[in-house]
Design a protein around this ligand. Sequence first.
Ligand SMILES: O=C(O)CCC(=O)C(=O)O
Length: 381
Amino acid sequence: MWPFLIHILFDFDHDVAFSRVYKFAGFIVTTNFVFDQLKMKSVKALAESRDLNSIPSLYAYSTNATDPPASDPQDPIPTIDFSLLTSPDPDQRSQIIQELDKACKDWGFFQVINHGVSESLMKMVMEKVEEFFNLTDEEKKDFEEKDVLDPIRYGTSFNSKKDKVFCWRDFLKVIVHPEFHSPNKPLGFSEVLLEYSKRTREVVRGLLSGISTGLGLDQSYVEKSLKLDSGLQVFVGNLYPPCPQPEVAIGLPPHSDHGLLTLVINNGVSGLQIKHDGKWIDVKDTLPNSFLVNTADQLEVFSNGKYKSVEHRAVVNDTVTRISVVVANGPALDAVVRPADKLVDEERWPAAYVPLKYKEYLEMQQGNQIEGKTCLDRIRV
Ligand SMILES: O=C(O)CCC(=O)C(=O)O
């Protein structure tokens, strides 16, 4: 149960003052003081600042009071053996397609093993992301975000222009497909990023062709109708430094992703939680060298709600830095996404979402505060 939040001082302006958060007799108390690093742009710099033993109130996040704390899953998170999707044995193929369909329907979240992306590439991409965040503020400044569709965006929180409460997270977002972009630092990042984006795209294609079949459609139906040849792929590096008060901060609040499928790996530090059967569960002890995959909003629309995009969040800790590397895979920006014709029946399953160009959806989601599935709610019929 989250304690009540009291702001002792008001009228604080993000640019000129910060307040700090204290837990006192079951209450969270925030006090204002002029923060000495007024130009603080990253949570990394804030976390590394001297004597930080409480968080500025800008970061004071209060969870839904009715939400019980996250727990371990009662059933294991589903595992999909990617290699079986191309097995020469039709029974094995049909079995894994059924498992994929069930994982998307019951969880919206699963681990993928035997996916063909080498362990060394996954390790390298993690190292390069860490090196990127370790560049000086001056060096990273070149990539600071301006617009939500900028091909390279380095920033903090989710949308620092709109967020009322800041997330304890810095990020780098790079559009890597249909046009490849990359920061020119650190050395070698661009080569690793190019290879990683190609390899992960192959995994996503394989999964989507299995999903297409599982939905009762032709195996290339998703690919063709959503123009995946020019599909948007966004690479995201997230950095969650140690936080002195992790219980009153959040790395990323509950949200669903905008695209079709998202692939996630991390640096071995847990922190990802997903909502399953209405409860938050911790994602930990994942299989080595696996991808965590979640279904996103455009897949919910396309499947006419058969597969729901899964809500997830990232929590922080007070001891170690967590890094996650996320690849969000969506339709082409100019594709108009609507429930697939074959999944609509005016009598039994009328279309549950209005058609919308993916670009417009993306701008709506990235241009606002992130809050559960409120973006998807806007296009429900
Ligand atoms: O850090 C994580 O594990 C998840 C990150 C995430 O949800 C996101 O980047 O949208």
